[in-house]
Design a protein around this ligand. Structure first.
Ligand SMILES: Cc1ncc(COP(=O)(O)O)c(C=O)c1O
Length: 369
């Protein structure tokens, strides 16, 4: 049954809203890509029409992040969760005892740690489990000392389910910092030179689902364990510029347009400013309200996933239903967390948050009278 004649406001946590001009370009070009006589969905990943797309996508990402030259850009299928396996397989042997450290600040960190344990001694380093992951743990000098001898420290920069985010990354010295940036990549300015490796599946801020970007410092290539499947070896993928097998051509193609759109917006600094504006609008409302509640520790609040709740389950259900009816979509919290989750990724316009806040005000007023 048709529900919306126009596009609604999509707060989905992923796959997430894409910039409208990007979708329009894709629509326009879909049948015959730049007069090559076929759709982008129908051409070879080794064709002269696709290779420049791959190259431009990598160049755009480098420009947007001011990525130092000693980092490589690789594409993998299997989503971010495949990197929960690929990271230990490729890096554990840097430690004589196959030891790696994990900061566990949410569900994705838990799963990454569990997977790491399959290949060596992956250990929890710090965690934020008290109060249902509502804060980022404080890192003490003693904690940093414990990292000595670790192959890497893995952390999740933004906790998509719980709405917390690392604002400052630990200074790990010789121990490479490995970041799962799936839900906040390119949402704020970050100095990539502090990381050994960053990975993110595309479906939030980079494009459609189906690929994962891995940004890895060159000196970390070549440490894979012997049992590492060939298509998960960073060195092997790097040596063939991610074309070892049929890459998801369409996902790279859309990513290029998404990155171009970010550049047109003024780059990551401008995107961050817009994201801060959107988040502030919603958090300011939550801070004023005694009806909508959030218990996320203030300094650790995520810019991109805003989590809150209502006083009763009945009111929550009613609020979600009414939002859906007026075209404020996908606001239901994750099944393990409940409540409301508003995902404010890069392509979500400020107008969507304005509309949401209006709806919240209206709902609160009616509920209290
Ligand atoms: C931070 C984070 N890591 C990992 C994942 C899993 O991603 P994928 O479905 O691409 O494996 C998600 C998905 O939402 C996520 O938010």
């Amino acid at each position: 049954m048709p529900r919306f004649a126009e596009r609604a406001y999509n707060f989905s946590p992923g796959p997430a809203v894409l910039p409208l001009p990007v979708l329009e370009k894709v629509q326009k070009e879909l049948l015959n890509y730049r007069e090559c006589g076929a759709s982008i969905l129908e051409i070879s990943h080794r064709s002269k029409d696709f290779l420049p797309i791959l190259d431009e996508t990598q160049q755009l990402f480098r420009q947007l992040t001011q990525l130092p030259d000693n980092y490589r850009l690789l594409f993998f299928s299997g989503g971010a969760q495949m990197q929960f396996s690929a990271v230990p397989l490729n890096l554990l042997s840097r430690s004589a005892s196959n030891r790696a450290s994990y900061a566990v600040t949410g569900k994705w960190g838990e799963l990454a740690l569990e997977e790491g344990k399959s290949y060596g001694s992956a250990e929890e380093w710090v965690h934020g489990r008290e109060n249902r992951y509502n804060r980022i743990p404080t890192v003490h000098a003693e904690d940093l000392k414990q990292l000595k001898g670790s192959a890497y420290l893995h952390l999740t920069s933004n906790n998509t389910l719980y709405g917390t985010q690392w604002n400052h990354f630990p200074q790990t010295g010789e121990v490479p910092l490995v970041i799962d940036a799936t839900s906040d990549i390119l949402s704020r300015e970050v100095d990539f030179s502090q990381f050994g490796l960053v990975y993110a599946s595309l479906q939030k801020n980079l494009g459609p689902a189906g690929l994962t970007l891995v940004v890895v410092r060159e000196d970390l290539l070549g440490y894979h364990l012997p049992q590492t499947p060939k298509l998960l070896r960073y060195q092997a993928i790097d040596s063939q510029n991610s074309l070892n097998n049929t890459i998801n051509v369409f996902a790279v193609y859309v990513m290029r347009y998404v990155l171009e759109w970010y550049q047109e917006q003024g780059g990551v600094a401008a995107i961050e400013q817009q994201n801060r504006q959107k988040a502030k609008l919603l958090y300011d409302y939550l801070d004023e309200s005694d009806f909508f509640l959030t218990n996320v520790n203030l300094p650790d609040r995520s810019l991109v996933n805003v989590i809150f709740d209502l006083p009763t389950t009945e009111l929550l259900q009613q609020f979600l239903r009414e939002c859906d009816e007026v075209g404020l979509l996908a606001l239901k919290g994750h099944r393990e967390v409940g409540g409301v989750r508003a995902s404010l990724y890069n392509a979500l316009p400020l107008a969507a948050v304005e509309r949401l806040v209006e709806k919240m005000w209206d709902f609160e007023r009616k509920a209290l009278t």
